[in-house]
Write a protein that binds this ligand. Structure first.
Ligand code: UP5
Ligand code: MG
Length: 195
């Protein structure tokens, strides 16, 4: 019998909502591959010379809290799926960021089986990112970029959530709690929906 196709779970939410934190927990727990589009883009920036115009522009976009060009994002994502083919499942952290990305992913890779939306107030998101900024300092964890990231998220989430809601794929999780409580809810949802 042919192998069932891999499960694809999207984890979306505002900046600082815990996408990275929960994606790592999920990938470990289910032995799925995790793919963080933001991290891939940040990594690429380190591997291209400052004279590379395309990546120089993307560095500016990210530092401003806006969205990288869709073609680049999808190409990077596709590359990761190909590189890790054979995985039983994928947890995708921080994608899609706009509705057209959702459509393109579906055309070129496939449909997600579940979309986890981590819901958190802007006030809580700001607090978490400011705290992280003081400790680590990601280039986009400054006051200006944080506000732009919040706005970019707000502009796009309504259509994305509506689209997956209509197809019964999205589950909204209260992400303003302890990491482990959130993860317990996610496990319950995954168990109910996918296993
Ligand atoms: N933390 C986590 N969970 C907590 C909890 N329950 N209670 C208290 N604290 C909690 O967590 C953020 C911080 O909060 C950490 O310090 C953590 O310990 C703490 P994290 O798990 O990192 O949250 P996450 O949602 O991953 O936050 P992140 O800052 O990574 O979100 P962004 O959406 O801003 O970042 P991302 O890397 O996804 O994207 C960065 C940029 O890349 C985008 O702005 C955009 O410019 C670009 N991009 C694209 O253009 N296209 C894409 O498709 C993806 C990215
Ligand atoms: Mg993250």
């Amino acid at each position: 019998p042919s192998k069932p196709r891999p499960q694809i779970i999207f984890v979306i939410g505002g900046p600082g909502s815990g996408k990275g934190t929960q994606t790592s927990k999920m990938a470990r727990h289910y032995n799925y591959e995790s793919i963080s589009v933001g991290e891939i883009l940040r990594n690429q920036l380190l591997h291209h010379a400052p004279s590379d115009r395309k990546w120089e522009l993307i560095a500016q976009i990210i530092a401003n809290g806006e969205l990288a060009p869709q073609d680049t994002t999808i190409e990077e994502l596709k590359h990761q799926f190909i590189k890790r083919q054979g995985a039983e499942g994928f947890i995708v952290d921080g994608f899609p960021r706009e509705i057209s990305q959702a459509f393109t992913f579906e055309e070129q890779i496939g449909s997600p089986d579940l979309v986890v939306l981590l819901a958190c107030s802007n006030q809580q998101l700001r607090q978490r990112l400011e705290k992280r900024a003081a400790l680590q300092g990601r280039p986009d964890d400054n006051a200006h970029a944080i506000e732009r990231r919040l706005e970019t998220f707000k502009q796009n989430i309504t259509l994305i959530a509506k689209y997956y809601q209509e197809r019964g794929l999205i589950v909204r999780i209260d992400a303003e709690r302890d990491e482990d409580e959130i993860f317990a809810d996610i496990r319950a949802v995954v168990l109910e929906r996918l296993f």
